[in-house]
Design a protein around this ligand. Structure first.
Ligand code: ADP
Ligand code: MG
Length: 562
């Protein structure tokens, strides 16, 4: 049996296109070949379940990738369904004709569509990004005879008798010089871990050259002291993947320790997450995942979130803004959504109503979790607040829906070391400074004022983070009548003592105008109720904000009246 033929494609030569098109991500060939291998096994298992096939080989289902640096080859092996010559003709030679669709069409009533991974569209041919010649040696469960297909990346292929002995498929890639990095065992392992760490069947990565040297090693020496022959250490090979990642389980089947362990393993982050949300829904779309709230450091710039997106346990991409609301990218997590149209470009995703629904769902779930923490584990919520506040505030600024849900559960840390909501703060402030929220923007610089406040039984709130400036404006905009005042501004109203001696005012006006060289300056003198603070300068909230704004726009020094 030997045959030559032309690949049926419409373009003159598709390979230069494939190579160019996919260039930036050329490591995805591992994902494509391994997901095909998993598909092939899942299909065979399904046929066995249906009684349409029997497993005569009887070995565990697995995918093995062997790298041989010396021979410059990568071998992908599976004990799945295999292919007949006709199937090779149909599925491999007719590029872009997806065999997965065919299989699903045939078994659509009996098959859970989720189980078939292949619909990424890049497929088998992506292997030509890294390989010159590729051979497929395969034995179908139907025929039991091996067929070999060879193609050197041109538009012709040849088919001959294969040498594979048992059911399944062996794909050999002859790696090109430009792609030799994949012949490095560690590079290859890392790539496979990136894309395949949650794939549903065990995947082994083997270094053929190391196996060889291990075999060549001299027999172990006799240990003189105890006269014992030390057996060479037999290391059970371990699959590189977790075939049942935690997020695929039901939330009530997962323990706290398992959540933490999954976090450590997946993100290599050994700081414990604060808490997490297990997403699990089937309708109106399928989505599973776990979102973790990491401990945030104090400046937003340093937060590095990571949300990994999967499609049926196959890694797709990280931090896709179109699917995951931007503010949630500060979290760490995994999301698996088999319904996502992942073949389409990002610009299409942006305008996809379905994608928007996913983003809305995730936002809602995050808000629900926070609200339930507030209601049921209020102590914890307060304890976490300092860490999660920047994230929540950022979310409120970015997503009005999120703000609407969260607005009654935003906390303010007070100078009395309590955590209160806006309405709680305003309630206690009613007598002394109605509708005004006094805040500290810098604990150290404003310590005098804090003392003064405490002396008078008043409390202010800490708003010291870089996100707090825009957050304050946001809160004022959405809470009609409420004004935020820095603790060194306009507190006179709340703390005014007896009528002040107005002669001081004249003298001080003269002095300040001279020193600040500003004849327009208005100075007023008030008596403050305080024993410990002799005097202090207050700058009105409005003029300070105006100044800050001008500084921001580079108009400093324009001599605003204070
Ligand atoms: P897709 O996976 O989207 O169908 P591919 O180009 O990745 O597209 O693969 C084309 C077809 O080739 C598969 O659907 C399958 O029928 C067949 N195929 C590829 N790899 C294997 C394999 N390892 N075992 C059996 N069939 C395979
Ligand atoms: Mg495929």
């Amino acid at each position: 049996m030997s045959k030559q033929g032309n690949l049926s494609i419409h373009s003159e030569n598709i390979f230069p296109i494939i190579k160019k098109w996919l260039y930036s991500d050329h490591d995805i060939f591992t994902r494509e070949l391994i997901s095909n291998a998993c598909d092939a096994i899942l299909k065979f298992k399904k046929l066995c379940d249906l009684g349409e096939a029997t497993d005569t080989v009887g070995e565990p289902f697995k995918v093995t990738v062997t790298v041989n640096e010396k021979e410059k080859i990568l071998v992908f092996e599976d004990n799945g369904i295999g292919m007949t010559e006709e199937e090779i003709e149909k599925y491999i030679n007719q590029i872009a004709f997806s065999g997965a669709e065919d299989f699903l069409e045939k078994y659509k009533d009996k098959m859970d569509q989720d189980q078939i991974i292949g619909h990424f569209g890049l497929g088998f041919y992506s292997a030509f990004m890294v390989a010159g010649t590729i051979t497929i040696d395969t034995v179908s469960y139907q025929t039991g005879t091996a067929v070999k297909w060879t193609c050197d990346g041109g538009t012709t292929y040849s088919i001959s008798e294969g040498s594979r002995e048992t059911r399944g498929t062996t794909i050999t890639l002859h790696i090109t010089e430009e792609s030799k990095e994949f012949l490095n065992f560690y590079t290859l392992s890392q790539t496979i871990e990136k894309y395949c760490s949650f794939m549903p069947l065990p995947i082994y990565v083997v270094d053929a050259c190391r196996e060889e040297t291990a075999k060549d090693e001299p027999t172990p020496e006799v240990n003189e002291e105890d006269n014992e022959v030390k057996a060479p250490e037999v290391v059970e090979p371990k699959p590189i993947n977790d075939t049942h990642p935690l997020y695929t389980k039901q939330p009530n089947e997962c323990s706290v320790e398992e959540y933490k362990e999954f976090y450590r393993k997946t993100f290599m982050d050994f700081h414990e997450p604060l808490f997490w949300i297990h997403l699990n829904m089937d309708y109106p779309f399928r989505l599973k995942g776990i979102l973790y709230f990491p401990k945030l450091s104090h400046e937003l710039e340093t937060i590095e979130g990571r949300i990994k997106l999967y499609n049926n346990q196959v890694f797709v991409a990280e931090n896709i803004k179109e699917v995951i609301p931007e503010f949630l990218l500060l979290l760490k997590g995994v999301i698996d959504c088999p319904d996502l149209p992942l073949n389409v470009s990002r610009s299409l995703l942006q305008n996809d109503g379905f994608v928007k629904k996913i983003a809305d769902y995730i936002t809602k779930k995050v808000a629900d979790k926070l609200i339930s923490l507030y209601k049921k584990e209020n102590e914890d919520y307060k304890k976490f607040w300092d860490d999660i506040a920047p994230f929540i505030k950022y979310g409120c600024l970015r997503e009005s829906k999120f703000y609407d849900k969260m607005k009654d559960y935003l906390l303010f840390k007070t100078t009395d070391d309590t955590y209160v909501t806006l309405s709680e703060y305003l309630e206690t402030a009613k007598e002394t400074h109605e509708n005004k929220v006094f805040y500290v923007s810098n604990k150290d610089q404003q310590s005098q004022y804090i003392t003064l406040f405490k002396e008078n039984g008043l409390s202010a709130v800490y708003l010291e983070h870089s996100i707090d400036n825009p957050f304050i404006s946001h809160m004022e905009m959405h809470n009609q009548g409420v004004k935020f005042m820095r603790i060194d501004a306009d507190i006179a109203g709340a703390l005014k003592g007896e009528e002040a001696d107005k002669t001081h005012e004249e003298k001080l006006t003269g002095l300040f105008r001279k020193v600040l060289n500003n004849e327009q300056l208005k100075v007023s003198v008030e008596n403050l109720k305080s024993q410990s603070v002799p005097s202090m300068i207050l700058v009105s909230e409005e003029s300070r904000r105006m100044q800050e704004m001008m500084k921001m726009y580079g108009m400093a020094g324009m001599g605003m009246p204070m």
